[in-house]
Design a binder for this molecule. Structure first.
Ligand code: GDP
Length: 827
């Protein structure tokens, strides 16, 4: 309804007599009119008409009633209204003007803000660039001498700005802080011609036109740098507070700076000056850090977080608590002189006989009893590699060394090494002159040659016992054991069995079914089921103890080797086991050790890579590194390989073991190998399926070995570039054990499916359990149904039995391989 009215009204007003007024008011500005109109409806065209009417509405803005009284208004009323209207118009005009002004002001404000924002952005950019500049600075400092020359010649480059504005160089210039800028400018004015300083100011005012500014700032920058370098001493002087810096065994550069309350950049610089390139997050060792701390004039307090370890070793063993304990014996000697044979012979001589064909439990150590009743503990890992690596870890477990020397071969390099190791460890020796059954055996020659190495045997009126033995015929074995027992008596070995156990890890591995397993030789106290312990970086609670015969036992006293189950992770050979009171303690200690070891490794890594960098980049471009990765079945093998690798190399080539570990070769190993261009060596382990695929794809070489010396020889050959012919193994097939049968007369037979290639009766076989080689040998039978066959093709089922080996399980994989000799090419 009102709509209709409105329309009419419009018509009436349109021809109304007060158009002049309207005009007048109109000239005040359309904006107003429009404003009023929008209140109602947007009727665009008839503005003139509405202009008159609108004011009425405008006057009575508060109500819509205006529209209801179109014609019934008196003139006086109308006039009054018009006046009011005019006044309103005026007000509104003023209002508009004000708004416009405001709008303008706002616009200006906006503009200003935009400029500010831009400026801010610029500043931010500059800040970033400043950071980059710092990096640049470091970079430049590395070439300290050159830089010095550059610095000296600074004014010259300034004159040639065109060469300057490289993106990396820009930041430092623009990155100056305002005060610095000012200082710089004033200095520039003082020194340089006014033109340049003028330019600088101009450039500051304007955001563009950086060329000149760069130039000047570049100069400033250099000057400041020089000044700062000079003032480095002054810097220290300014740092009056001498702090006590707690220094752990390894620390990051950043943390070191924080602890000294110095700037990271200064610390980095100081490190550089000592020839160490390190970034903020890099870890440096305590010795290096100490030098830096001293350089900054602070005091060093070497601390170790090892306080957590204080719970260990609080018990003092009293003399009256000490009880005799069996000696622990390590067999050492040159390769092939019969260490393994002798260990086996000793074991079999005393282990319950009649258990022929039974599975001998290999846990890394075993105990035997001599005829006279003395107990002896033998470490089952022959060779000095294990001995040294254990010793290096602070686990001196060996009481007596049996030095095996073959009577037909006499003293050889590793015999001498073994002698030196025994002497270094101050462990008494007993010489076992082995292979005396051989016709060409010459024990006296051995004795005479030992003399040259200051080993004087009893037969030569010395003090070192010597026994002629034969591992093959078992001749002299008892005599050897009695000699050992005698030696042990002389040593008066004792330990307190009534205290929390302490022992050393002899071997450790991740067992498929049982999880991490460690063979621990208890050295003091008694280890019991349920005990909570920490071992190296691992901890746990003894779930089960298994002795060298494979029997579960409740406890193990001094000199007793036991397999320990219930670890949270696999420790390393040589790690020390300590029984503690609570699991929290155990965990805390393990964590502390883990972190410490990690930091140490990181520090070592940094050092190596640095050396590498220097070695490669600088003087010795000829020294090459041969990086390798090693995975092995047990820790002992891995360590032995690493030690052997360290010895490989000459002035031209060094072998660097990037990583080593126990267990199957995994995808992450391949990743690391690829990144470093390293081959992967598997010692009695295989790559799992994803790793194999990844290696194929990335072209990473994987080599498998089952004899350490083969591996060493290959690496040596690769390192020296002298690649002769080699025996290469070809994997011709794989079979999976589906079932295990017991066949009387034959023993255990594996019901297999040949999954890849071919199974050949004449070929060598390995038994893999979880990609770890657990046995290598030959086949006793290869059957297809009831028939003995020479070959079984992929996809077919067959029965296989190993020669002299019974421990086969469903799910195991049989690897079938053949050896061939191939002439190698120089790569
Ligand atoms: P290892 O490398 O020191 O562990 O030496 P091994 O125990 O593997 O023996 C190397 C070789 O020497 C093997 O072929 C043994 O059969 C052989 N051998 C070891 N002891 C004797 C021995 O007393 N008499 C003879 N005739 N051969 C032996």
């Amino acid at each position: 309804m009102s709509d209709n009215d409105g329309k009419k009204t419009l018509g009436v007003r349109g021809g109304g007599p007060r158009s002049g007024n309207v005009k007048q008011s109109f000239s005040h500005g359309r904006t107003k009119n429009v404003v009023v109109e929008t209140k109602r409806k947007r009727i665009v065209k008839p503005k003139l008409g509405t202009a008159q009417r609108d004011p009425a509405k405008g006057g009575g803005q508060t109500s819509s009633g205006g529209a209801n009284r179109p014609a019934g208004i008196s003139d006086a009323e109308m006039e009054r209204r018009m006046k009011a209207l005019q006044a309103a118009k005026l007000r509104e005009a003023e209002e508009t003007a004000r708004r416009e002004a405001e709008e303008q002001a706002r616009e200006e404000e906006r503009q200003r803000r935009r400029q500010e924002a831009e400026a801010k952005e610029r500043e931010q950019r500059e800040a970033e660039e400043r950071l980059r500049a710092k990096a640049d600075e470091e970079e430049r400092q590395r070439k300290a001498t050159e830089e010095a020359v550059n610095l000296a010649a600074a004014p010259a480059p300034e004159a040639a700005p065109a060469a300057r504005p490289t993106p990396t160089k820009q930041p430092p210039r623009r990155g100056e802080t305002p005060e610095r800028d000012q200082k710089s400018r004033s200095r520039a004015k003082g020194r340089d011609d006014g033109r340049r300083s003028g330019k600088l100011t101009l450039n500051q005012a304007l955001s563009g036109g950086e060329g000149g500014r760069q130039r000047s700032l570049a100069a400033m920058k250099r000057k400041q740098e020089r000044a700062r370098q000079k003032a480095l001493g002054g810097h220290e002087a300014r740092e009056k507070i001498v702090r006590d810096v707690r220094l752990p065994e390894a620390i990051t550069v950043g943390e070191l700076a924080v602890r000294m309350a110095e700037r990271v950049a200064d610390v980095v610089k100081a490190l550089m000056q000592s020839g160490i390139m390190a970034t903020q997050n890099q870890v440096i060792d305590a010795d290096t850090a100490e030098l830096i701390i001293e350089e900054f004039g602070h005091r060093v307090t070497r601390v170790s977080d090892s306080d957590v370890e204080d719970v260990i070793d609080q018990i003092e063993d009293k003399d009256e608590d000490m009880r005799p304990r069996p000696p622990v014996i390590t067999v050492m000697g040159h390769v092939d002189h019969g260490k393994t044979s002798l260990l086996d012979a000793i074991r079999n001589a005393t282990v319950v006989e009649g258990e022929a064909g039974g599975i001998t439990q290999h846990i890394g150590a075993y105990q035997v009893q001599t005829d006279s009743g003395a107990l002896l503990t033998f470490l089952d890992t022959p060779g000095h590699a294990a001995f040294t690596s254990m010793r290096a870890r602070g686990a001196q477990v060996t009481d007596i060394v049996v030095l095996v020397v073959a009577a037909d071969d006499s003293v050889m390099p590793q015999t001498i090494e073994a002698i030196n190791h025994a002497k270094a460890a101050k462990v008494p020796m007993i010489v076992a002159i082995n292979k005396c059954d051989k016709p060409e055996a010459n024990p006296d020659k051995v004795r005479a040659e030992l003399l040259q190495h200051e080993v004087v045997v009893e037969a030569m009126s010395g003090e070192v016992q010597d026994v002629e033995v034969s591992a093959t015929t078992r001749q002299g074995l008892d005599e050897l054991l009695e000699s050992i027992a005698l030696q042990a008596e002389i040593l008066e070995l004792k330990a307190n069995p009534d205290r929390p156990a302490e022992g050393a890890v002899i071997e450790a591995q991740l067992d498929v079914g049982r999880g991490p397993v460690a063979t621990v030789l208890v050295q003091r106290g008694t280890l019991r089921q349920g005990d909570i312990f920490v071992v190296g970086e691992q901890f746990g609670k003894v779930r089960a103890l298994i002795n060298d015969r494979g029997d579960r036992v409740k406890e193990a006293g001094p000199s007793v080797p036991v397999e320990v189950l219930g670890l949270n992770g696999t420790p390393e050979a040589g790690d020390v086991l300590n029984v503690v009171e609570t699991e929290a303690q155990a965990r805390e200690i393990a964590e502390y050790r883990h972190n410490a070891a990690k930091e140490k490794r990181a520090a070592a890594g940094a050092a190596t890579s640095l050396e590498q960098l220097l070695a490669q980049a600088k003087e010795n471009e000829n020294v090459k590194e041969l990086p390798i990765l090693v995975k092995a079945d047990v820790q002992g093998s891995a360590e032995a390989i690493i030690q052997a690798m360290e010895k490989v190399g000459n002035e031209e080539v060094r072998v660097r073991v990037l990583h080593s570990g126990v267990g199957a070769i995994t995808e992450s190993d391949i990743g690391l190998a690829e990144a470093s261009g390293a081959p992967v060596f598997g010692f009695n382990v295989r790559a799992n399926a994803p790793a194999r695929a990844s290696a194929n794809q990335k072209g990473v070489e994987i080599r498998y070995y089952s004899v350490i010396y083969d591996l060493v020889d290959d690496v040596k050959a690769a390192a020296s570039g002298l690649l002769g012919s080699e025996i290469r193994e070809n994997f011709i097939g794989y079979a999976e054990i589906r079932e295990v049968f017991k066949v009387s007369g034959v023993g255990k037979v594996a019901g297999c499916l040949v999954t890849e290639g071919v199974a050949r009766r004449s070929a060598g076989v390995r038994l893999l359990r979880d990609d770890v080689v657990i046995h290598e040998g030959t086949l006793k039978t290869l059957k297809r149904f009831k028939d003995e066959v020479a070959e079984v093709q992929s996809g077919q089922e067959c029965g296989m039995a190993f020669e002299n080996y019974e421990d086969i399980r469903q799910g195991d994989v049989i690897e079938i391989f053949e050896r061939e000799e191939v002439e190698r090419e120089l790569q």
